[in-house]
Design a protein around this ligand. Structure first.
Ligand code: PEP
Ligand code: MG
Length: 552
């Protein structure tokens, strides 16, 4: 999915959670927080400890209420809800009980709070559900609020200007209490793309990388650094030339952002009047809110596999149903294309006990697994059809990694069986029409596109895999291969042209949902070739709308 490495030029690679480019000064956030917190351990607490705890809790609740008000006024309702959720967690008496128990053992309130809250955080960390794992930062945040209230030590942080904040992870309220004007970027060693921190970094427009193996050495403090989260890299001690390039990028991005902002709510069509569906790609339920904010007209790719990886069992029918319904309803009846499980290769689910092939990208993955594992496939399809029957849900199904017509035929009959089963068992009241489309990710699917088009309602080109399979270049490959990864290769363009024309000939629509969809240099070509839908990451929606409005 992503990979990290060091190379000789001190470039460090991570995973993007919020797009942008920044030049700044490294600031080690963790060492500061640690030293401040350790100082509270000197408190010699007496028999009135539990009173002190109650008082600290009230102060912490008060501080969270103030932060809630500030966030509501200065940032937005969605972000303020994060703080409100922390307030609710702190009101939970389970926390009081756990602190009480820890206090009996530790005889030290600071340690008891540490132990109790860390206990919750650790047990959340080991939970299978990614949603709960992403809440670990909230629990640690509550701990900091309690300790801060108890010790009266202010954790207010004086950031230098243009701070590139480095931390293991950073909690939502820490993010919100930092002076936004001084933060240039975040580099986190850990983190999750669906954490609140990721949502906040996005809505505050702060470039951010997670899972970035940057050292925690004091000598790094104050060093100049370029963070390019679009290329998912950090350059330590950049050359003058690298700084100039980064400055150019920042200006360019700013220009594009300013020009694009007033395009919210506008219809996406070219100067000659061609209407283009401008959709967003998401990888989790939480992402849909970012897509809505970005003014996406639909979801062109919901990568459901992220709900399945890093767990010991697949999500249940109910969990999946809730997830699909939530996403579809958040889009208020606009189309949501749910890609069925594209697991395998770099996306691993241990419970499937898949063999590790020599060439995983060419191995047992995606539709190949689903067609063999009826229960896995049918459970997902059931959840999708049940969600599609809910009010205000406009859902389509998309099949990944297709190479042959029989795969599509077999998948469609699976869909029909599921529909009947649901209807007969009264789990749905009517047979809702759910369009079925396929991803065009293999050269084989392009070459038989005419036959495939007769079976489905739409095509969506996955240019990431199509490039990999066409140019015979591993997506996960080393830097040595990067010069061969040419997304503008004529062979790839020819495959795109063939796909769009087969779709047009057969009366179905074709779109693109791979990274290339957001490449503004190609937009005119895509539209000329006949693509009518482009699906991009939420941050690229408005810049792409601007581009479409300006072309013929
Ligand atoms: C693609 O291959 O272009 C695509 C959109 O799917 P993924 O990146 O999830 O493989
Ligand atoms: Mg793909």
């Amino acid at each position: 999915m992503f990979y990290v490495w060091y190379n000789s030029r001190m470039e460090i690679f991570g995973q993007q959670i919020s797009q942008g480019v920044a030049i700044g000064e490294l600031y080690l956030f963790d060492s500061f927080a640690y030293s401040k917190l350790s100082s509270t351990e000197n408190s010699s607490l007496t028999a009135a400890d539990m009173d002190a705890y109650t008082c600290a809790k009230e102060k912490a609740l008060d501080a969270l209420s103030k932060l809630y008000e500030k966030t509501l006024a200065q940032v937005g309702e969605e972000e303020a809800q994060i703080i409100d959720a922390q307030r609710m967690m702190l009101l939970d008496t389970d926390i009081d009980d756990a602190v009480g128990e820890a206090f009996e053992r530790e005889h030290d309130l600071v340690k008891a709070i540490e132990t109790a809250l860390e206990g919750f955080a650790t047990s959340f960390e080991t939970l299978e559900d990614e949603y709960f794992r992403a809440r670990v930062a909230d629990i640690r945040d509550i701990k900091v609020h309690l300790l801060q209230a108890l010790s009266s030590v202010s954790l207010e942080i004086e950031l230098p200007d243009n701070a590139v904040v480095v931390a293991d992870d950073i909690s939502p309220s820490q993010t919100l209490s930092l002076d936004r004007k001084k933060i240039a970027a975040f580099i986190l060693r850990k983190g999750s793309p669906i954490s609140h921190t990721a949502i906040l970094a996005n809505s505050l427009g702060i470039p951010a990388l997670i899972n970035t193996p940057i050292d925690n050495k004091q000598e790094l403090v104050g060093k100049t650094v370029v963070v390019d989260s679009i290329k998912e890299k950090v350059i330590l001690d950049p050359t003058l030339q690298e700084i100039q390039t980064a400055k150019k990028c920042i200006l360019e991005l700013e220009k594009v952002r300013k020009q694009a902002d007033h395009l919210r709510g506008k219809v996406t069509k070219t100067k000659s009047g061609k209407r283009i569906k401008l959709y967003a790609n998401i990888g989790s339920v939480d992402d849909v809110h970012i897509a809505v904010k970005a003014d996406a007209e639909g979801i062109g790719l919901f990568r459901t596999e992220f709900m399945f990886i890093g767990k010991s069992t697949p999500p249940s029918l109910r969990e999946q149903f809730e997830a699909y319904k939530t996403v579809a309803q958040a889009m208020s009846g606009r189309q949501v294309i749910i890609r069925v499980l594209d697991i395998g290769a770099d996306k691993v689910a241990p419970y499937l006990n898949l063999e590790e092939g020599e060439n995983p990208a060419l191995g047992y993955r995606a539709i190949r697994i689903l067609l063999d594992d009826e229960e896995l496939f049918k459970t997902q399809l059931k959840a999708i059809y049940m969600a599609a029957a809910e009010p205000n849900c406009n859902i389509a199904i998309m099949l990944p990694m297709i190479t042959s017509t029989w795969e599509v035929e077999k998948s469609i009959s699976c869909c029909k069986e599921v529909q009947e089963e649901l209807f007969n068992s009264k789990l749905v009241q009517k047979r809702t029409e759910v369009p079925i489309g396929i991803m065009i990710e293999t050269p084989a699917s392009v070459l038989i596109a005419d036959e495939l088009a007769k079976l489905v309602s739409f095509f969506s080109v996955g240019t990431n895999d199509l490039t990999q399979y066409t140019l015979a270049i591993d997506r996960q490959g080393s830097q040595k291969l990067s010069k061969y990864y040419n997304p503008h290769h004529e062979a790839l363009f020819e495959l795109l042209r063939l796909t769009a024309s087969a779709a047009t000939r057969n009366g179905i629509w074709a779109g693109i949902c791979g990274e290339l969809a957001g490449d503004l240099l190609c937009t005119q070509n895509f539209i000329d070739w006949g693509f009518t839908e482009l699906s991009v990451s939420p941050q690229k929606v408005l810049p792409l709308r601007k581009q479409i409005l300006e072309i013929d």
